[in-house]
Design a protein around this ligand. Structure first.
Ligand SMILES: [Zn+2]
Length: 93
């Protein structure tokens, strides 16, 4: 069983961009384009999260793979055991 790494990285990257965008109105002194950009990034971030949540499911039983993001990013693990069926799921490029 495999799950693609991009479904972990895409929401992380979009959240980083959103965090940067939150500071833009302060950094640019309230530039007119910074607020629409923030709204667009917030919508994109939501979409990324919804899509990746649907993709980060166990291929065998459909259990959401909660904790896979934390394990991959902070514990540098390249695999995960499904909490539903116990199958080993490998994170691939
Ligand atoms: Zn499973």
């Amino acid at each position: 069983m495999k799950v693609r790494r991009r479904w972990i990285l895409i929401p992380v990257i979009s959240t980083c961009l959103l965090i940067i965008a939150i500071w833009l109105p302060y950094l640019t002194g309230g530039a007119a384009w910074s607020i629409p950009l923030l709204v667009v990034l917030a919508v994109v971030d939501c979409v990324c999260f919804i899509v990746s949540n649907q993709k980060l499911r166990c291929p065998a039983c459909g259990e959401p793979l909660r904790g896979i993001l934390h394990r991959y990013l902070f514990q540098q693990e390249r695999g995960y055991y499904c909490s539903g069926c116990g199958q080993y799921i490998e994170i691939v490029k």
